[in-house]
Every structure is written in C-alpha cells, then in structure tokens.
Design a protein around this ligand. Sequence first.
Ligand code: FNR
Length: 191
Amino acid sequence: MITPKILAFAGSTRKDSFNKRLAKVALHAAEQAGAETTFIDLLDYNMPLYSKDLFDEQGMPGGVIEFKEMLKSHNGFLIASPEYNGSLTGTLKNAIDWATIKAKGEERMACWDGKIAGLVSASPGSLGGIRGLHHLRTILAGIGTFVLPNHLAVSNSETNLQNDIQITDEKLQHQVDTLATEIVRVVRRLH
Ligand code: FNR
C-alpha cells in the first residue's frame, strides 16, 4: 500500500487568508488519514501574469518550474479556492494556466493528468465560496485531473477558521475529515 503524497495550496496570497488556513486544516486531516503532506503558499512562487510572449522570449519563469515540480511530485491536491465575483481567483487560474504549459520534452498535462483533487473553499459570507468550486472543478476535469465528487465550502470563515488545525463547526470538520480520507483512499486505489 503506497503512502499518498498530498499537496495543499490556496488560491489566495493574503497573509491571513482563510483559504490558506482551510488548506492546512484539510492537509492535517489528510495526514491523520495516512498521507505524506506538503503545504505551499503561491506567494513563494514567482508566477507573473501568463504571457505567451514572455514565455517565448524568456522561457518558463523559475517560480513556474518550481510550482510544476511540486505538482508533479505529488499524487493528489487539496485546493482551497477563495471566491471572487462568483468564481475562482485570478491568482489561482494564472497558476493553473502556467502549469498547463508544456516544457520541452515534457508530457502533455504532466502536472495534472491522472492526479486526484479535493476542493474546498472558505468565505466570510454565508455561501462559503461554493460557486467558485463549480468553475474550478470544470477547469481541472478539462486538464485531466479526477476531482472528488464531494466538495466543501466553509461559510462564516471568521468564526469557523480560527486556527490551522480544526474548523469550529463540528459538522464542517467532519466533512473535511471525510474529504481528506477520501483523497487518501482514492489515491491508494489508483496505485
Ligand atoms: C470577494 N469576496 C467574495 N466572497 C464571496 O463569498 N463571494 C464572492 O463572490 C466574493 N467576491 C469577491 C471579489 C473580490 C474582488 C474580493 C477581493 C473579495 C470576499 C472573499 O471571500 C474574502 O475576501 C475572503 O477572505 C478571500 O479569501 P482569503 O484571502 O481570506 O483566503
């Protein structure tokens, strides 16, 4: 039985991001379920706005190469996606777009093909950012990633996400635990 390697990141670069907190809560649950886990902050990866001209003239930016290596070296992703105007953030979409650009000699969609993703979102509002998750799901499915059927939106994030370990609302914490257990189980089944 393999030890699934799960990577978590959030579509926010904000210092006190609720989604970064939620990504860490979900990752903690995945670790409890038997995964080897890594958290990354997109702020640490220099990924300029995607431009084909920039790519043609200067090649793949260093931050993109590093981000792609992180994706490639993990079996599954827990992605915490903030909702901006009913969709995912430009930051997250830009990172995904860069990571679909093929380097010389690299297989198509090498970062995404056959990977498993679990999606979560957090928002101070009452819907928890759930609308953005539907868009993110469609994007990931389109680039070859298997997205777990259930996803989770944490509303009232100021109350619910006060630390990196546990959600205040027990029912939501149970749903995170279930999602984390599921990603570990599915990665194991596919390997
Ligand atoms: C928001 N926010 C927001 N929230 C929501 O639930 N639905 C939405 O459509 C939007 N739209 C939106 C647009 C823009 C441009 C901003 C800046 C914010 C609020 C958002 O959920 C809130 O700022 C979260 O705290 C963002 O996530 P992080 O950075 O805390 O992870």
